[in-house]
Design a protein around this ligand. Structure first.
Ligand code: MN
Length: 232
């Protein structure tokens, strides 16, 4: 028996690759952290420079849109400038506070391909007023994500790319991240106690641009997976 005032919402989940066909293993999402400006060329295109280290922001767990096959993502309300940001995502099976860089990889359950959808016009307005980014980054359905590939079967060190309607928009190399995966986990754990179920979007390479209704988005991280969706 519980005293919930109403039935609690189910935990958002992301399917896990590689189990027996139809095994239905899913990763329960606890929190979503995101790294900003983790590729130098994207930092430049957003007006930053080498004196600006990467930083964190967050999305709510229920911003997840899990895509194991081509799907649909709604064009959000309250924007006229929805941007795509293709990102490698690390999925944690354990956590803690003040995790050492050398121990950080022990926390990784697997990896996925994500898109950090951004209401860029709201972000620009927030930046101009020194206001928080929640409305720009943490809106409904702002985190499309592929299935999670277990760490033992993933090689998250290759190319990362995103195309829209068959035209390449973003391309980079995961190896060009300013903070590596273990550095990101160590840095995040200085600010939050990390735990199993946490997802970390690790930043986007250059080439972010606008999406419109009807656009077909295809994203890939070599060695990790792919995702595809149409904006509706
Ligand atoms: Mn991003």
């Amino acid at each position: 028996m519980s005293n919930f005032a109403f039935p609690p919402p189910a935990s958002p989940t992301v399917p896990v690759e590689g189990g027996p066909e139809g095994s239905g293993v899913v990763f329960p999402v606890r929190r979503i952290l995101c790294v900003g400006r983790n590729y130098a060329a994207h930092r430049r295109e957003m007006g930053g420079d080498e004196r600006d280290p990467p930083f964190f922001f967050a999305k709510p767990a229920d911003a997840i849109v899990a895509l194991t096959k081509p799907g649909e993502v709604p064009y959000p309300v309250a924007t006229h400038d929805l941007h795509h940001e293709i990102e490698l995502v690390a999925a944690l099976k354990s956590g803690g506070a003040n995790i050492a860089v050398e121990a950080a990889m022990d926390c990784v359950f697997g990896y996925a391909v994500g898109v950090d959808l951004t209401r860029r016009d709201l972000q620009a307005a927030a930046k101009a007023k020194g206001q928080p980014w929640d409305a720009a980054k943490g809106f409904d359905a702002s985190a499309p994500i592929s299935a999670i590939r277990p760490a033992g079967q993933a090689r998250p060190d290759g190319a990362i790319r995103l195309s829209v309607n068959g035209q390449l928009r973003q391309t980079g190399q995961v190896a060009n991240m300013i903070w590596t995966i273990p550095e990101i986990i160590a840095e995040a754990s200085k600010l939050w106690t990390l735990a199993a179920g946490d997802l970390i979007f690790t930043g986007t390479p250059e080439g972010v641009a606008a999406l419109g209704r009807g656009d077909r988005v295809e994203g890939e991280v070599e060695g990790v997976g792919q995702l595809a969706f149409t904006v509706v």
